[in-house]
Write a protein that binds this ligand. Structure first.
Ligand SMILES: [Mn+2]
Length: 468
């Protein structure tokens, strides 16, 4: 039964592909994170190859001003990696001239429009089996088999949305990965999954690890270099700083077990240690030392662009720029890392408040609202908080509303946590001014400052109710 359902998504994508072939002058609107930027890159490339005219815009949300601007951008409208929660609004403003490809929880159980493609309508899990960029890729493949080289970008998007959290890609993501391997654009192997294995010098590789945070090592370069020396791993080869990829098989294994041992000594749960090893994805057409060579590093670079309000730079990179825009993206990545590190240090020094069903901290103006969710996620495993409850963080947005970010752990997910639903429920109770939602493991919403206290109180009961 389920297989048959999943087959129908192909029909739905075919309908969308046929519509695109018949139309021209598109506005391509996508979410501003790694998944959204790769989705836009895939669609952009696809439209280019069909000789279609198009303009692009990457947004965080669909505000009324944005709607007006989008209406002037083209005659037909493609929304990727967002839109499922906004179908009535989109239909009202873009009457019959739109398609939405999104994997976030839709508002209806049944497909509400044939222009609306969401894996949830077809028995697929949009949290782990396919992402926004994956949908864009499947559509591109419906348009033409020659678009199969874009599969590597779809994998960057999936990894950006952490759909590889179990240690490997599953479902449709896995089929896309196999396309990439067959096309020769993607490599996959089991290895240490710390961030920066290709482009970071070893010391920084340990120092900036956020998943997992390495107790006493994260954010401490001195200790990291001592740790490597203790385990007799050379930091340099001649003039060159070595990266993890430069190590030989024996050294790699030595380092991986040293890290595992270190984590075990610091009471990191075993599942977390095990999750350090898993699939890593290599983009074979990228330069050997480029951050774009590794799917996770590529995704982080794109997120850095989006979070610094310059998604167009990231989009240029996904569309193929490896010169000026790429250089700008590299600078944004460095800045992003600096801000994350400052955020973690702040939270570690201040500590968090504990509620019955979650941990909480209010970053106020001290951590940007665009990165507060990542910082919250990084607190797990750092020793700052144990993984037994989700963590909720507040940060002040420039318009003085409060951005709420929630993060859970894979352990909590296994226990049935649905953070997206919990936040949605609280917002529903607070009334129309608040809106919220997201995924089971990571979700967010926006509230008014005066609602803070009430929000926390209601949330304590809603989280408890949303373990299924
Ligand atoms: Mn996404």
């Amino acid at each position: 039964m389920e297989k048959k359902e999943a087959g129908k998504i192909k029909e739905s994508l075919k309908t969308a592909a046929d519509w695109i072939k018949k139309k021209d002058k598109f506005a391509l609107i996508s979410h501003y994170d790694a998944d959204g930027l790769t989705a836009a890159g895939i669609m952009g490339k696809t439209l280019q190859r069909e000789n279609k005219e198009f303009k692009t815009k990457n947004v965080k949300q669909l505000y009324s001003e944005t709607v007006k601007e989008i209406q002037t951008m083209g005659e037909n409208f493609i929304f990727t990696d967002f839109g499922s929660a906004l179908i009535p609004k989109i239909e009202k403003n873009f009457k019959g001239k739109w398609i939405v490809l999104d994997h976030h929880q839709p508002k209806t159980k049944e497909q509400d429009s044939e222009s609306h493609v969401n894996p949830a309508f077809f028995g697929l899990d949009g949290g782990k089996e396919i992402s926004g960029s994956g949908l864009a890729y499947l559509l591109a493949k419906e348009m033409s088999e020659k678009n199969k080289d874009l599969s590597a970008l779809a994998i960057v998007g999936a990894v950006g949305d952490m759909q590889d959290f179990s240690g490997k890609l599953i479902g449709k993501n896995r089929e896309i990965m196999e396309d990439g391997i067959k096309e020769g654009v993607l490599g996959v192997k089991n290895d240490l999954r710390l961030y920066g294995r290709i482009s970071r010098p070893l010391t920084q590789f340990l120092c900036y690890s956020s998943s997992p945070i390495l107790p006493e090592l994260t954010a401490n370069e001195q200790k990291c270099s001592e740790f490597l020396k203790t385990h007799k791993i050379e930091l340099r080869e001649g003039e060159q700083w070595r990266s993890y990829e430069d190590l030989d098989a024996g050294e790699k294994q030595k380092l991986a077990s040293a890290i595992a041992m270190h984590l075990a000594e610091h009471n990191t749960p075993e599942w977390k240690i095990r999750s350090m090893i898993g699939e890593v994805y290599t983009l074979k057409n990228e330069e050997l030392k480029s951050p774009l060579r590794d799917a996770k590093e590529y995704a982080t670079l794109l997120n850095a662009c989006g979070r610094h309000a310059q998604p167009e730079i990231g989009l240029s990179v996904t569309m193929g720029d490896r010169e000026e825009e790429f250089e700008k993206a590299i600078l944004l990545l460095a800045q992003h890392r600096k801000e994350l590190r400052a955020g973690i240090e702040l939270m570690q020094s201040r500590g968090v408040e504990e509620y019955e069903n979650f941990y909480f901290f209010d970053a106020g103006n001290e951590i940007k609202d665009s990165i507060v969710g990542i910082v919250a996620g990084m607190l797990y495993g750092s020793g700052a908080i144990p993984g037994n409850k989700p963590v909720i963080a507040f940060a002040m947005h420039e318009d003085k509303t409060i951005k709420v970010s929630g993060r859970g752990t894979q352990d909590l997910l296994r226990k049935g946590l649905n953070l997206g639903q919990a936040l949605k429920d609280v917002c529903a109770e607070l009334g129309e001014s608040a809106e919220g939602g997201g995924h089971k493991i990571a979700a967010g919403c926006r509230i008014e400052e005066k609602e803070k206290e009430e929000f926390l109180k209601i949330l304590d009961t809603k989280i408890k109710e949303n373990y299924t």
